[in-house]
Design a protein around this ligand. Structure first.
Ligand SMILES: C[S@@+](CC[C@H](N)C(=O)[O-])C[C@H]1O[C@@H](n2cnc3c(N)ncnc32)[C@H](O)[C@@H]1O
Ligand SMILES: [Zn+2]
Ligand SMILES: [Zn+2]
Ligand SMILES: [Zn+2]
Length: 670
């Protein structure tokens, strides 16, 4: 909430008004019943309950935005408003008129009960405390809270929620974590911009800009912090899982891509529409900035799209019909000029399609017969080889226009792209051929055998190999230049240096200084693990669910929190809780299909599925603020499940079908 000097902002005034209407923070001292008296009068709860207004509050609340409950997404959480009102109703003596009982509870709901001595004498025990909602609400009402649960995670979560940590201690801890980790992991998230903007590394001690070939990843991790960075960075990396053909002598790896059109975006483009050309008399739109989703990649403008011209940085543009050049620097700079008038926004659709060459996959070994890695547990050499092989054929076709046909051709190369069907096995139906669920057809040119994904994983006994195919990058220079996509862009993951360096570094450090800070245990036996077949997909251990870069980053953060001797335990605890929350999204099980980014001007999905992504949350933000450099951009908004009616089950769970698109976020530097 921005404060204008001396005067309250609109939001603050509104908050004050609402607070005063509902009696927020108003001192309340309700008379309690004496539970030791067998003839006690009834409590409000035994008479009436304001279920309608509380239900409305619970629906709005959904638990999602209350900071204290963001400490963890414990799955068995309840809506705090329901428990707060039940505690008030259970404790308060019912008024003489039964009709007033519900109203009394509702009128006291937002009040401050901390000075009520009757309340402070009440002990609330929740012997199945779960995520601690009841206990936290009891504490907020000034009651004494006691809890128990058979799940140690519940203990840990409730301890964190009720921790007496001092804010300054937590902030000091986070800043030391930042100091220790940020510098060493930052180079993993630097990336160049395809529009030619390069990041600049500066040697902090000397204030010296480093030459363009400087690569901080060649330095030992502890020295990297001596260099600061300004420039384009990764927001997400999208990974694709591969299915390995189990036919004797084949072993070819095929990316599990059902639909090659993997990202879609509507951009608002500032433009002057239907300008008439002075040369040929035909009309076209003049666009103030170059709107692209994947600048530098091959570009197809669909037939039927309005003709357009893009201004260069000096305001020059050429008629798309006859090529006649015009110039209007003022319009470029101010968005308004005497000849063009004032610009207006128009909506244009863009899509990205994976190239057919890349969808062909990669053989089991390279030309020298050396094996490909990429699966959890593969050695760094073979995985680096795999990344190199996979990135060598990677490209996108960007399409401008709505209603993308199922087949398009690349205007530069003439190559045909299927936008609708990727690599699944097909079956005949009355409506023609349809993709089979969870299947793939081996893309080796002489094989073509069809597999069920799970069968192939089971018979290999290994998880599928993962390869990055796209980076979502943010370039500050593009943003400053007015880019309609606010400086964001998709870049094919052709530069495999970052992920390759991470493999090598993790291979060395997981058995050395980072040992003990990553989970070596097998996945515990449970309904949602073994009965849902997670080990059948090759995920037998927790660490296999993370890629090497995630493990490298997360284990360093965990070590920094855990070994910070200067911090009291009370301060470390909420940081661990936050850390565990971060792991829920810095994992290979985050479905890219559901990723939405808050940066988007229209808050639309950036990806193909219409499945609404999880709603707004704050859970990973504050640690990310300490760790990441994108603090000003806010949390990437994908880190917690949207919650209906106060239930806290994370939406992003493993549902037995491994998803094709995987993302890992740089927000937590993982
Ligand atoms: C729905 S949650 C409780 C929610 C909690 N009362 C609140 O207010 O947020 C149920 C909890 O009961 C715990 N639980 C189940 N059986 C238990 C048992 N036999 N002993 C202790 N805790 C148990 C589970 O681990 C789970 O955390
Ligand atoms: Zn095959
Ligand atoms: Zn013309
Ligand atoms: Zn740029």
């Amino acid at each position: 909430m921005a404060k204008t000097q001396g005067r309250k902002s609109k939001a603050e005034t509104l908050l004050d008004d609402v607070s005063s209407i509902v009696g927020a923070k108003k001192k309340r001292v309700l008379e309690c019943v004496d539970f030791s008296d067998p003839n006690r009068p009834k409590s409000c709860l035994e008479v009436d309950f304001p279920i309608l207004p509380i239900n409305e509050v619970a629906v709005i609340e959904g638990n999602a935005d209350k900071p204290i409950y963001q400490v963890s997404k414990y799955w068995a959480r309840r809506s705090s408003s329901v428990f707060r009102s039940m505690l008030i109703a259970g404790a308060a003596k019912a008024p003489d008129s039964d009709k007033q009982a519900g109203a009394l509870v509702w009128q006291s709901f937002y009040g401050n009960h901390q000075s009520n001595e009757d309340f402070s004498r009440l002990k609330i025990a929740d012997i199945f405390m779960g995520g601690g909602t009841t206990l936290v609400e009891a504490a907020r009402l000034g009651m004494t809270a006691v809890g128990n649960d058979l799940n140690p995670m519940a203990w840990f979560v409730v301890k964190s929620e009720l921790s007496q940590a001092k804010k300054s201690d937590v902030e000091a801890l986070l800043s030391r974590v930042n100091q220790q980790v940020f510098g060493s992991i930052r180079p993993y998230y630097a990336h160049s911009c395809p529009r030619g903007h390069r990041g600049v590394w500066t040697e902090v001690a000397k204030g010296r800009e480093m030459p363009s070939d400087f690569d901080p990843l060649t330095l030992p991790p502890e020295e990297r912090g001596g260099y600061s960075y300004r420039g384009p960075e990764l927001i997400y990396t999208f990974w694709a899982k591969h299915g390995q053909c189990q036919a004797q002598g084949c072993g070819h790896r095929t990316p599990l891509v059902t639909v090659p059109l993997f990202a879609r975006k509507t951009l608002l483009i500032e433009s002057w529409e239907d300008r008439e050309c002075q040369g040929c008399g035909k009309t076209f739109d003049v666009e103030r900035f170059d709107a692209r989703m994947a600048p530098g990649e091959d570009f197809l403008v669909l037939e039927g799209e309005k003709p357009f011209a893009v201004m260069d940085k000096d305001g020059r543009f050429a008629c798309p019909h006859c090529g006649r050049e015009s110039e209007d620097l003022r319009a470029k700079v101010e968005g308004n000029s005497s000849s063009l008038g004032k610009s207006a926004n128009k909506r244009v659709d863009f899509s990205l399609v994976l190239s057919p060459k890349w969808l062909k996959g990669t053989p089991a070994a390279d030309a020298q017969g050396l094996p490909m890695g990429g699966r959890p547990g593969d050695d760094a050499d073979s995985t680096v080889r795999w990344y190199a092989a996979r990135s060598s054929t990677l490209s996108f076709l960007e399409i401008r226009g709505a209603n993308v046909p199922s087949e398009v051709s690349n205007p530069r190369t003439g190559e045909t792209f299927n936008t609708a069907i990727g690599t699944p096995a097909m079956r005949q139906t009355a409506n023609g051929p349809q993709p089979k669920k969870s299947s793939f057809a081996c893309q080796d040119s002489t094989c073509g055998r069809e597999w069920d994904v799970l069968d192939s994983m089971r018979s290999s006994g290994r998880a599928g190999a993962m390869a990055p195919f796209a980076h979502h990058v943010h370039c500050p220079e593009c943003e400053a230049a007015g880019d309609p996509y606010s400086g964001r862009m998709f870049v094919p993951a052709r530069d495999a240096r970052g992920v390759s360096s991470a493999e090598r570094e993790w291979e060395k450090r997981n058995v050395a200084d980072l040992k003990g800070f990553w989970p070596e245990d097998p996945i515990s036996d449970g309904w949602k693990t073994h009965k849902w077949g997670i080990p059948d997909h090759g995920y037998t251990h927790y660490w296999k669910m993370f890629n090497s870069r995630q493990l490298l980053v997360l284990s360093q953060i965990l070590r920094a929190i855990t070994t910070d001797e200067q911090s009291p335990w009370e301060a470390r605890r909420p940081c661990w809780a936050h850390f565990s929350n971060m792991c829920a999204t810095r994992i290979s099980f985050v479905s890219g299909m559901r990723v939405r980014t808050r940066w988007s001007p229209t808050s639309r999905e950036t990806t193909i599925h219409s499945n609404p992504g999880p709603s707004k949350t704050m859970c990973s933000e504050s640690l990310a603020v300490a760790i990441g450099s994108h603090a000003s951009k806010g949390c990437s908004n994908h880190c917690n499940g949207g919650r209906g009616l106060g239930r806290g089950s994370p939406r992003r769970r493993f549902n037995g079908t491994p998803r094709i698109l995987q993302s890992s976020s740089s927000r937590a530097r993982a």
